[in-house]
Design a protein around this ligand. Structure first.
Ligand code: GLP
Length: 278
């Protein structure tokens, strides 16, 4: 596991975007050779999307041969509702870059058969050859995507009823009215994300600090579903200083001492010339 500790949320956004740029560039996508990205929504990744749009406009990256799979979507929220994850993805990212609309996959929370929709999504990921890089965010209760506390750590894409903490955390997007937050969502499973070749989880803010400590310093526990990624061979947690407040000083010092090595990951240093740190 790599824990990359950066000064603040802006630096996290820039680091994450530069990491995506490196991975896509190294892969050299082209016709019949797509790079497959798993993508999150929420406030945390917004800065990363803005940077990626900037890189696209500067000609540094193209999404023409990139396929994307989003982590989750609310059930029953119209697709054009400003808080639907469809709306978010198209407005904050997809419409600004050259991705083929047919390659940008977001779960349909209005599908007549939600179980079939979840299976369809899993099948599409398989058909794409699996996800190269899954990017995620977490809730303050340590959920990844909408894998609420107590979710199976081998779960697949499915319908989930949201936990009270999640409704509370997300009501800010619904005029602070908890009754307006959809009660259910479709979400990739922890197992779906675990199957990706590489996972990058973005964690910023003091309100996520307990979740980060649980994810990094305590055992694998389905009450903090992000902790499952301790068992993934290529996990990167990218966080800001605020999110480290519940970590031990020893943990923070250890990972900060590796910051020069971490920097190489976004500077185009070939992977085989990077010291391996897990
Ligand atoms: N389902 C989403 C998660 O995928 C997201 O990671 C989390 C954090 O969002 P934010 O980045 O706004 O804190 O919010 C929701 O619960």
């Amino acid at each position: 596991m790599r824990l990359i500790i950066l000064d603040n949320a802006d630096v996290v956004a820039e680091w994450a975007a530069r990491f995506v740029l490196q991975r896509v560039t190294q892969f050299a996508p082209g016709p019949g050779r797509h790079f497959v990205l798993g993508l999150p929504t929420g406030g945390t990744p917004l800065g990363m999307y803005r940077k990626l749009i900037q890189f696209y406009k500067e000609g540094k990256i193209s999404f023409k041969y990139v396929k994307t799979f989003n982590m989750d979507e609310y059930v029953g929220l119209p697709r054009d509702h400003p808080e639907s994850y469809h709306y978010y993805m198209w407005n904050e990212f997809f419409k600004h870059v050259d991705i083929e609309p047919g390659n940008a996959h977001v779960l349909d929370g209005n599908a007549p058969d939600l179980v079939a929709e979840c299976q369809r999504f899993e099948d599409l990921i398989q058909e794409a050859g699996g996800v190269h890089l899954f990017i995620g965010g977490i809730g303050p209760d340590g959920h990844i995507a909408f894998n609420e506390p107590g979710s199976s750590l081998v779960s697949r894409t499915r319908v989930k009823t949201l936990a009270y903490d999640t409704l509370e955390a997300n009501k800010r997007f619904f005029g602070n009215d908890i009754s307006k937050v959809p009660r259910q969502a479709l979400t990739v499973g922890v197992g779906t994300v675990m199957d990706a070749k590489e996972v990058m989880i973005l964690i910023t803010g003091v309100h996520k600090s307990l979740a980060l400590a649980k994810a990094v310093e305590e055992g694998v526990n389905h009450m903090w579903t992000v902790s499952a990624f301790q068992q993934h061979a290529q996990t990167l947690f990218v966080c800001d200083e605020d999110a480290t407040l519940e970590l031990r000083v020893k943990t923070v010092k250890y990972f900060k001492a590796l910051s020069e090595e971490h920097q190489k990951m976004i500077e185009g240093v070939p992977v085989d010339e990077q010291r391996v740190i897990h």
